[in-house]
Write a protein that binds this ligand. Structure first.
Ligand code: GLU
Length: 420
């Protein structure tokens, strides 16, 4: 393992620590550990942009294919000014375990460009997306590497990736991306799939304790693609969403927020801040509220050794990727808090990405009800297997999820053997 060690407490350091724990539990040797940790392929590309005003700007782009032992590389594309290669490596590794824990036939990948999408016009974002895709052409394809939206990207971004790829190969290839608009081969139910999965994971965790979702109080940090839909679904199931926040701040109401009205406010203003149906609440305060369920659905490393100690919710369901640091995780465990880990809790997105890819490959589309029912079945099965192993071996749900995932990937690798 000759890679430079990741910065302490970085998402990659956390991902490495989680893998090391699983490898230790499974009794794998150092060679297999190195193989499981090291990305299979990495691309670093320069992404130049001619801005609308005629200036030249340069961004850095990455695509990491962490592992392809179980199938094509799969994972999102993130646009954020903080993106760097180590963050993309961590997110790609988590995709490998995520696909394995819900048993879909993919490896893991992630892409990123260090651009702030809020600072650019749609035309500029289109040029950046097309140039990035074009630089990565040799790596992409419906059987090799399939992108999807992540933070800062959306359905439109995927339509541009799909079009750029399709024009280059000379035929329309809807299965090269997932999370694309329905009109160009997207799947019903994909847009809200991650959130639906988060709610199903929450319900499964509550069922383990003999409890139900109805009447439960929920706090959600992050009101983007994952958090906003989750709030809506939680409310529809009779839970009380008592606080939400986004990058600008948060809002809380002990009796429960009127989520439908809040969504209208966000559509009109772009933020939850200023909503008249509650009181202001900061992004740190929201983590410490006395609620039944806390859903961190924003970004990495928000539950660290300081904030984790303030958590009062008995159940944390990770909507974001990597929201808890290694030190934060130890504190939550010590305090008896159950954590449904990211690779399980937010896997609904990639599960329906898989369904979208299957449909797009066969040019045969399913009904919304079929998608929803198959998603729930996968989430419930995966949760059950993780909870059972956790119980049997005295592990946390995170440890158990990682053990199941790492074992599946190692098994595929060992059965295939090494070439030459
Ligand atoms: N970006 C999402 C994730 O982190 C979805 C990935 C996908 O659908 O490929 O899980």
């Amino acid at each position: 393992m000759s890679q430079t060690p990741p910065a302490a407490n970085s998402p990659l350091a956390n991902a490495h620590a989680q893998l090391a724990a699983a490898v230790d539990h499974l009794g794998y040797d150092a060679g297999l550990h190195a193989h499981l940790q090291t990305p299979r392929r990495e691309a670093h590309v320069a992404v130049p942009l001619r801005t609308d005003s005629g200036d030249l700007k340069l961004f850095r782009g990455y695509r990491v294919q962490h592992n392809i032992s179980r199938g094509p590389a799969k994972g999102g594309l993130r646009y954020s000014p903080d993106v760097d290669i180590d963050e993309v490596r961590a997110l790609a590794m988590w995709m490998t375990w995520k696909c394995a824990v819900v048993d879909i036939p993919y490896g893991g990948a992630k892409g990123g460009v260090d651009i702030d999408p809020g600072e650019h016009s749609q035309r500029e974002l289109e040029r950046v997306t097309r140039r990035y895709t074009s630089e990565l052409m040799p790596l992409l394809g419906p059987n090799t590497d399939i992108m999807a939206p992540d933070m800062g990207t959306d359905e439109q971004t995927m339509a541009w990736v799909m079009d750029t790829y399709s024009v280059a190969v000379g035929h329309t290839t809807p299965a090269v991306v997932t999370g694309k608009p329905i009109a160009v081969g997207g799947s019903l139910g994909r847009a809200e799939a991650t959130s639906a999965g988060v709610v199903q994971a929450t319900e499964a965790a509550l069922r383990e304790r003999g409890e139900k979702i109805v009447g439960k109080t929920i706090a959600i940090q992050g009101f983007g693609k994952v958090g906003a839909h989750a709030a809506d679904i939680f409310a529809a199931k009779g839970a009380r969403v008592v606080a939400v926040s986004d990058v600008h701040g948060g809002v809380r109401a002990e009796g429960g927020l009127d989520v439908a009205r809040l969504l209208l406010h966000v559509a009109a203003t772009g933020t939850v801040v200023g909503f008249d149906g509650g009181d202001p609440c900061s992004n740190t305060e929201i983590l410490a509220l006395d609620v039944d369920v806390l859903v961190p659905a924003a970004k990495e490393n928000v539950l660290d050794e300081v904030t984790a100690a303030t958590v009062r919710a008995p159940l944390v369901v990770e909507g974001a990727n990597g929201p808890t640091t290694t030190a934060g995780d130890a504190i939550l465990t010590r305090n008896g808090i159950t954590v449904v880990p990211d690779i399980l809790a937010n896997a609904g997105g990639v599960v329906v990405s898989y369904f979208e890819w299957v449909q797009a490959t066969q040019y045969f589309w399913w009904t919304a009800a079929e998608v929803a029912q198959r998603l729930e079945q996968r989430m419930v099965t995966a949760f059950g297997a993780v909870a059972e192993l956790a119980q049997r071996d005295g592990l946390t749900l995170r440890e158990a999820a990682n053990v199941i995932a790492v074992k599946r990937v190692a098994e595929a690798h060992q059965l295939r053997g090494l070439y030459p």
